[in-house]
Ligand binder design. Structure first.
Ligand SMILES: [Mg+2]
Length: 414
């Protein structure tokens, strides 16, 4: 492929009115969600797309002062300088060009991820094949295109709010309901107890980055008690119970027998594989948007395929473009079958009395033309060439970037 143009577009999806969510030790404000759309065009007019940002890893924007707007600038300058005018024979050649480029160290993994996904989109279009077929050739696997979805929603609510969401999502046929506790140890126990009583046909997953991410984190003993308590109430997994780099902490908690999940915050494909190799996580959560694309996730997928005790289930929190990208990986990956479906307010696929969405994120849906095919909690991956999606270019005008962090934390002791 002859690369002609590489562009990054920072977009914001406002949350209006701004939401305030009390948690253990403070209040969190939600102002907007940001997405960077990366578009690669070839000299013969083929276009590939990918997204960056809009993940929980984008929390670093708040804590580290980095901005998705800055990343779009990096795409337009250093990434474009490295790739425009180049002929790419193998997609990994683009990784090498970016490693040698002026892309700042802190943006390199995200840049490689977006470019890898966009180039696979283009490669699929050249071959007239969906990305999962290209990947199935690499894995020597038989693709599965009907994929179970688990719903990812609930954050910082009274226990009844989680129960309401879980019941709606159970009714919609989802495999699981993943939620974020963090309202205090007693409240967190009550949530899982109430949920375990309330639903039968939907698995429960806890995403507990909230336990260590906030200033008033729970101490180790409390975390251990809560993990055991959740497992006793049938939790399918407990995700990110300790800080991502604390692989020893994962291993200690795994000794309780509780099923653990993690990986989304790993800084590189290499450390993602290292976490898988610890044997401490039952579910390894790589993400094509953060772990150097389809190419970067290959080692983690193969690590899991070679072990009975750990399954690859991608992290996927963001837009319908990210959903498509991670779904193609799961469709092709041996021994992977489950995909995360983030649930936002006003999801056009649902018609329910109670809205199970976390908060509004209209851009997540508007970014593409058409809708993914989801029925009874199962996603049918498109067999159209590439990622099988068409960017809705109107969003580039309709969702201008809004400066500032997407979320803010206020702590009681301040
Ligand atoms: Mg998570």
């Amino acid at each position: 492929m002859d690369i002609a143009n590489v562009n990054g577009y920072a977009l914001s999806s406002p949350i209006e009115p701004v939401q305030e969510r009390p948690f253990h030790g403070g209040v969190r404000r939600l102002r907007k969600r940001d997405v960077v759309v990366v578009v690669v065009e070839t000299a013969d007019g083929q276009r590939g797309v990918a997204t960056a940002g809009a993940s929980s890893s984008a929390m670093s924007e708040y804590f580290d002062g980095e901005s998705q707007g800055t990343f779009a600038d990096v795409v337009d300058t250093a990434v474009a300088d490295a790739l425009e005018g180049e002929t790419i024979e193998e997609i990994e050649d683009a990784h090498a060009l970016l490693r040698e480029s002026d892309v700042p160290e802190g943006d390199l993994t995200e840049a490689i991820s977006a470019i890898d996904v966009a180039l696979y989109d283009i490669a699929g279009k050249y071959h007239g094949a969906p990305v999962y077929e290209l990947l199935a050739d690499e894995y020597e696997s038989t693709p599965t295109t009907e994929l179970d979805l688990y719903a990812s929603a609930g954050m910082y609510m009274a226990p009844e709010g989680y129960v309401e969401q879980a019941r709606v999502l159970e009714e919609l046929g989802f495999f699981g309901y993943k939620y974020r506790p963090g309202i205090g140890p007693d409240g967190d126990r009550r949530i899982v107890e109430r949920l375990a009583d309330a639903v039968d046909d939907i698995e429960l997953m806890l995403d507990v980055h909230t336990w260590w991410k906030l200033r008033e984190g729970y101490d180790r003993e409390t975390v251990r008690d809560l993990v055991v308590h959740a497992a006793e109430h049938g939790a399918y997994w407990i995700e990110e119970p300790v800080e991502p780099a604390d692989h020893r902490g994962y291993a200690d908690l795994a000794e309780t027998g509780a099923p653990l999940a993690g990986g989304e915050s790993e800084a590189s494909p290499e450390t993602l594989v290292e976490l898988g190799e610890t044997g401490a996580v039952a579910f390894l959560q790589g993400d094509v948007r953060h772990h150097e694309g389809f190419t970067g996730c290959r080692d983690a997928v193969e690590c899991c395929a070679g072990r009975d005790a750990v399954e690859f289930v991608p992290h996927n929190f963001g837009t319908w473009i990210g959903l498509a990208a991670n779904a193609h990986l799961v469709a092709a990956a041996p021994d992977a079958e489950l995909v995360e479906y983030p649930v936002f307010e006003n999801d056009p696929l649902f018609d329910t009395d109670v809205d199970p969405g976390m908060y509004p994120f209209d851009l997540a849906f508007d970014l593409i033309q058409g809708r993914p095919e989801i029925s009874d909690g199962v996603l049918s991956v498109s067999d159209e060439p590439g990622l099988g999606i068409e960017l809705n270019v109107d969003v580039l005008e309709e969702y201008p970037f809004v400066d500032g962090p997407w979320t803010e934390f206020r702590y009681d002791q301040d």
